[in-house]
Design a protein around this ligand. Structure first.
Ligand SMILES: [Zn+2]
Length: 298
């Protein structure tokens, strides 16, 4: 099952694009192998609006969002998760408006154990005014959104549905152009797969991720992502069977088309899959199931 990837998107940095009568988007100038063209900040409603993911701490981008909402009032700021390309813009935006922030919680808040180490691309300063949970509704003057908790990419990842338009804002959980990086310990493969299954039970017409174009066939896309992770597991099992026990040796065998500078990110995703295989008792680690452990079949 091939993932129906799409990357094409018409936009201009600093300009607002009208996506539907009730949805606009401004893209920040932070292109990278992880963000594609950059962070897409969504504006929902007219007159009294919500902003989803103000993006990085980039004053020019916040100016563009303010320009796009000139003469309107920002009443809500929604955050999908606390990576530095999503939430730090909240602090800048709040210098110009008094809208409260909504999110699952601060970085790492979806992890239950204590003392976990947290990766460096996280925004540790963000703490939402309102901690929202799965199924919560957030009501504006003429719009209403529903919170869809989707841990996996991060433990606090939240998607937001706009039921009136059957649209789901998927953050970094499901993107049209790429799979998501799942980096333990805050990233968790078991929960990510559960969060994909959760979307299959929904009835969204399409998804708008934070990066890149819309996902036009949501269920086909999600099913392909699930199958892709299953294929990766099979690759890992074959590597181990063939005597490749270290994750750093598995990566070049598994990611034959990936440029080498992306190997460290790929290793995090392999680790996530390996941890999930260990949890299910299919493989065992010599010691803690980390990046440098040796793995063998159980
Ligand atoms: Zn992210």
């Amino acid at each position: 099952m091939k993932i129906p990837f799409r990357r094409e998107l018409e936009f201009e940095y600093g300009a607002v694009t009208q996506i539907s009568p009730n949805i606009r988007r401004v893209i920040a100038h932070n292109p990278s192998p992880f963000t594609l063209y950059g962070t897409g900040t969504y504006i929902i409603g007219k007159g009294n609006v919500a902003v989803i993911d103000p993006g990085p701490a980039d004053a020019k981008h916040i100016d563009a969002v303010l320009d796009a909402t000139r003469g309107e009032r920002i009443t809500h700021i929604l955050v999908t998760h606390t990576h530095t390309d999503h939430s730090p813009g909240c602090r800048l935006l709040r210098e110009y408006c008094d809208a409260p922030t909504y999110a699952f919680g601060p970085h790492g808040s979806g992890i239950e154990e204590e003392g976990v180490q947290i990766e460096e691309s996280a925004d540790h300063d963000f703490d939402p005014d309102h901690a929202v949970r799965h199924g919560d509704r957030i009501d504006g003057v003429d719009w209403s959104m529903e919170c869809v908790y989707t841990p996996g990419h991060t433990s606090n990842h939240m998607c937001y549905a706009l039921p009136d338009e059957k649209v789901l804002f998927t953050g970094d959980h499901v993107m049209a152009w790429s799979t998501s990086v799942i980096s333990p310990p805050d990233g968790d493969m078991r929960r990510y797969l559960q969060s994909l299954e959760l979307l299959l039970a929904r009835d969204d017409a399409y998804y708008w991720p934070t990066h890149g174009p819309a996902v036009l066939e949501p269920k086909r896309h999600v099913r392909a992502f699930i199958a892709h992770r299953h294929d990766r597991e099979q690759q890992i099992l074959r590597c181990i069977e063939g005597g490749t026990q270290l994750i750093n040796d598995m990566v070049p065998k598994m990611y034959t088309e990936l440029p080498e500078f992306m190997y460290p990110a790929a290793a995090r995703s392999v680790l996530a899959a390996v941890v999930h295989l260990v949890q299910r008792g299919e493989i065992v680690a010599d010691g803690d199931a980390g990046l440098n452990a040796r793995y063998r079949l159980a």
